[in-house]
Ligand binder design. Structure first.
Ligand code: TMP
Length: 204
């Protein structure tokens, strides 16, 4: 049987990556073979593109094309083969992130993103998307810390406000697969919401 494709989305600092690990452990405890991966990244080409994207200043058009180049590798070489083998793929960001960051954040036309989406993965959409929703000002306090911040994390609050509202618009437009998590709560409460959402979705 084909596996399931679950994606984790949200603005930088929303805490999705921490909770992705907890969700993976829950699914493994149910006996599923789980593959955890991320975008941009997940393949040698994708990880190379990731370094460029996070560090090199570039035009929003270039950025969008690079994201989809990395995604083409990821979908064809990793995600689809894993799903066909029956594995459950948990992906830290996918195409919703391009609609939110490049579309909402940078103003890339939605139609351009939709055209690339149709080309790169016409037959693949997440089965479930967890959106970690959080005030940009709160998220900003969680980003950074000891490590140096990347090109996206260095953006202003207004940028993240646009990204957030684009994410929320997508959650409304695709309500059949989105669950919105209140990522402003404390870590234990967020974890409970995530595990509850995954359990509820599986039992449907
Ligand atoms: P990460 O911090 O979740 O690992 O993601 C790296 C950055 O890449 C993050 O700041 C958001 C950005 N990004 C986009 O702008 N568009 C995309 O389509 C994806 C997948 C990530």
């Amino acid at each position: 049987m084909r596996g399931r494709f679950i994606t984790f989305e949200g603005i930088d600092g929303a805490g999705k990556s921490t909770h992705l690990t907890a969700a993976a452990q829950l699914l493994e405890s149910y006996g599923h073979a789980v593959l955890v991966t991320r975008e941009p990244g997940g393949t040698p080409v994708g990880e190379g593109v990731r370094t460029l994207l996070l560090e090199a200043p570039m035009d929003a058009c270039t950025e969008t094309l690079l994201l989809f180049a990395a995604r083409a590798e990821h979908v064809r070489r990793l995600i689809v083969p894993a799903l066909e083998m029956g594995r459950w793929v948990l992906c830290d960001r996918f195409t919703d992130a391009t609609y939110a960051y490049q579309g909402g954040g940078r103003g890339v036309p939605e139609a351009a993103i939709a055209a690339l989406e149709r080309w790169v993965h016409p037959d693949l959409q997440p089965d479930l998307t967890l959106l970690f929703d959080l005030e940009p000002a709160v998220a900003a306090t969680r980003v950074g810390g000891a490590r140096t911040i990347d090109r996206f994390e260095a953006e202003q609050l207004e940028f993240f406000a646009r990204v957030r509202s684009a994410y929320r618009a997508r959650a409304q437009a695709h309500a059949e697969r989105f669950v919105v998590i209140d990522a402003g709560a404390n870590i234990e409460t967020v974890r409970r919401q995530v595990l509850e959402a995954v359990r509820a979705w599986i039992s449907q």
